[in-house]
Ligand binder design. Structure first.
Ligand SMILES: [Fe+2]
Length: 374
């Protein structure tokens, strides 16, 4: 997508395809388009069935178990000592006819939404999950911030899905909002309500210095076991890329559920595009627990296991991408489906005042992968 004044170098539109009926050739072209453009918006998928939506995503990783990237609904909703995971602070629903399709929504979803009867979806709000959030009055007047920037992944037991496909069924109605950084930089950008923001981690890798590239190429990250439970009491910073220094609200180890060492995930900092081979700097900073840093292949490994030091080390990487020039707020409309390379991108939701702008309805599919990233 060519955008005036922007450095965004990813994204493409696709038209004239019905995802209910995709032959092998067309699928191969679509798969290439996703990996070459990182994000593809396929227009006009109003008639896509939830089952076909799931099956389409499964074709990107056909040997993967047919399981959502975060596991079953039951596993996401599981509380521990009365506290939910960060992922279950709001509502969590599957579409009954296709349990691998997750509802991502806000507000009332109608009398019968694909078998979900009369539900009102409670979306999470940055007013609970971020430090010094805007007031309700400010948000009603159009102020918003980036929610949590992330890769779709469980990061414990299950490997990160290869792609995510987010179908937009209903968008809120209202005027543009202003995304505020609130980090002293004065940065701001405009968004239409109900969209998702993206940055390209291949672009981030390209922007690194030669020394940073050598470090990233040779270093590893260990993720916390049950990571979203671990940080469920933490507040994120004002742009959703880190947890501020010294907050100390992680759930202590003795209050965490038991874990198996074999299920803990330790991944390289750099993951490669499975079609183009391009490297991407892929670190999910807020759930990283330990860094294994090597400045070159033959360097001695430095382990950083103090969580504040881990976050301090990682902060400048995401921060250089979260700028008005490098972020794309995806211009999807009702009926479109956004499909992206989840192993080469980061994304974050932008909330809006539901009571003023009305409900939003999205169907999201990603599938825990058949193999780790490499
Ligand atoms: Fe996501």
């Amino acid at each position: 997508m060519e955008l005036p004044g922007s450095n965004v170098n990813f994204g493409a539109f696709v038209e004239g395809i019905d995802l209910n009926d995709v032959n092998e050739d067309t699928f191969a072209q679509l798969r290439n388009a996703v990996y070459e453009n990182q994000l593809v918006i396929i227009k006009g998928q109003q008639a896509l069935t939830p089952s076909n939506h799931f099956d389409f995503v499964h074709r990107f990783d056909p040997t993967a178990q047919a399981l959502h990237g975060h596991g079953t609904l039951k596993s996401v909703k599981e509380t521990w000592k009365g506290a939910p995971s960060l992922l279950a602070l709001g509502s969590v629903y599957n579409i009954p006819e296709a349990p691998g399709v997750r509802l991502v929504a806000a507000g009332w979803q109608g009398e019968d939404h694909y078998g979900l009867k009369d539900i009102t979806y409670d979306a999470t709000t940055i007013r609970k999950t971020q430090v010094n959030p805007p007031t309700k009055e400010e948000m009603d007047a159009g102020v918003v911030r980036f929610g949590r920037w992330h890769i779709d992944c469980a990061a414990y037991d299950l490997d990160p899905p290869k792609v995510t496909a987010l179908r937009c069924l209903k968008l809120p109605q209202g005027r543009e909002q202003t995304i505020r950084w609130d980090d002293g930089s004065g940065m701001e950008m405009k968004t239409r309500p109900g969209r998702t923001a993206y940055y390209n981690c291949e672009q981030l890798y390209e922007m690194l210095t030669a020394e940073e590239k050598a470090m990233a190429d040779n270093s590893l990250v260990t993720y916390a076991p049950h990571p979203y439970k671990w940080i469920s009491g933490c507040q994120q910073d004002t742009i959703g890329i880190t947890i501020p220094q010294g907050q100390g609200k992680e759930v202590p180890q003795d209050q965490m559920p038991a874990f198996e060492f074999s299920k803990v995930k330790k991944y390289p900092m750099v993951w490669h595009n499975e079609v183009t081979g391009k490297p991407a700097f892929m670190v999910h900073a807020i759930i990283a627990q330990k860094l294994h840093i090597k400045r070159a292949a033959n360097d001695v490994e430095l382990v950083i296991d103090d969580v504040d030091e881990v976050r301090k080390f990682l902060y400048p990487f995401a921060r250089r991408m979260v700028t008005p020039e490098n972020v794309l707020v995806a211009p999807y409309e009702e009926g479109d489906i956004a499909v992206w390379n989840n192993r080469g991108m980061q994304h974050g939701f932008l909330e809006y005042p539901v009571d003023i702008m009305g409900p939003r309805t999205m169907h999201q599919v990603n599938i825990a992968a058949s193999c780790p990233p490499s």
